[in-house]
Design a protein around this ligand. Structure first.
Ligand SMILES: NCc1[nH]cc(CCC(=O)O)c1CC(=O)O
Length: 305
């Protein structure tokens, strides 16, 4: 059997996709199926600059381009960073597998100093309001610089015009660049984005049962439960991927714990909620945490400076 795996062309996307391709081949081999998986780079017209020009979320553009390619029959499966996917299910696609997730933490990359050791006024780059607000909370003296671009472009600015950048440890790790991290920021200081560190594999709803079975073998139930809680909270908060919202769930035995944080842009105000429940109630745990924060004024906070 031969499968075509659709991916974006960035180093991070192709690396993640190759991991998934290898894992599917392995799952097939374990079932005695001889399988080849080829990567198909899906180019998006409307690169980053064009997308921001028309005011669209660039991640949404990339997810949609991959999905269109899959729906058109141009490939058999697609891989996304779960963090970048809309929370609503797609009417014609199935999220068949969420593999074991990587380290969920955010990483500070500098030329040496840790977060608490950066000089006053140091310039730290991030394009994420969630990271910016949490950095400002612990280091209000830093200058947070809004940056875009792929992982290598961002890292290239460290020690140049920036003292540091914050990136997901998962992305660095997959790229073999984890040594660029000076510090993995604890999840208490910086609650990760909902779904951070997890990959998502989509196939068409009308996919061959054999394909569905092979790919679902990659699903990891505890990871799925954790990200289900995180994303359910995000959905209730009606927050987009750029909102200052952190959500981090962990699974121990049959129990799930979700830490949810909503903040204002300056990080001066933070609302935190911890919710617990059985793993099979993951979505309900996420919704409950979000409703609790809405009751405490989360909407006002997210819109406020
Ligand atoms: N928004 C871009 C993006 N989407 C997924 C990752 C990293 C890998 C992950 O979180 O799974 C990144 C880069 C980053 O946040 O540093």
């Amino acid at each position: 059997m031969h499968l075509r795996l659709g991916t974006r062309g960035s180093a991070l996307a192709t690396t993640q996709s190759q991991h998934v391709a290898d894992a599917v081949v392995e799952a097939a081999a374990a079932r005695g199926v001889d399988l080849e998986v080829g990567l198909e780079i899906v180019t998006t017209h409307g690169d980053t600059s064009k997308a921001s020009l028309v005011g669209l979320s660039t991640t949404g553009v990339f997810v949609n381009a991959l999905r269109d390619h899959l729906l058109d029959g141009g490939c058999d499966l697609i891989v996304h960073s779960l963090k970048d996917m809309p929370v609503e299910p797609h009417p014609r696609l199935d999220l068949v597998a969420i593999p074991v997730r990587e380290d969920v933490r955010d990483a500070l990359c500098t030329t040496g100093p840790r977060l608490e050791e950066l000089p006053a006024g140091a310039r730290v780059g991030t394009g994420s309001p969630r990271r910016a607000a949490q950095l400002r909370r612990v280091r209000p003296d830093l200058e947070i610089v809004d940056i875009r671009g792929n992982v290598d472009t961002r890292l290239g600015r460290v020690g140049d015009d920036l003292a540091g950048v914050v990136l997901a440890a998962a992305g660095l790790s997959r790229l073999g660049r984890l040594e660029s991290a000076t510090e993995l920021i604890s999840v208490d200081v910086m609650v990760p984005a909902p779904g951070q560190g997890a990959l998502a594999i989509e196939i068409r709803q009308d996919a061959e049962p054999a394909l569905r079975e092979l790919v679902s073998a990659l699903d990891d139930a505890p990871t799925r439960a954790a990200v289900t809680a995180e994303r359910a909270a995000l959905q209730v908060l009606e927050a987009g991927c750029s909102a200052p919202v952190g959500a981090h769930a962990t699974v121990t035995g049959g129990q799930l714990r979700l830490d949810l944080r909503v903040m204002n842009a300056s990080g001066s105000l933070q609302l935190n909620e911890v919710a617990r429940g059985p793993v099979r109630e993951a979505a309900a745990v996420g919704r409950a945490a979000a409703h609790a924060l809405l009751g405490r004024g989360a909407s006002r906070l997210m819109g406020a400076g």
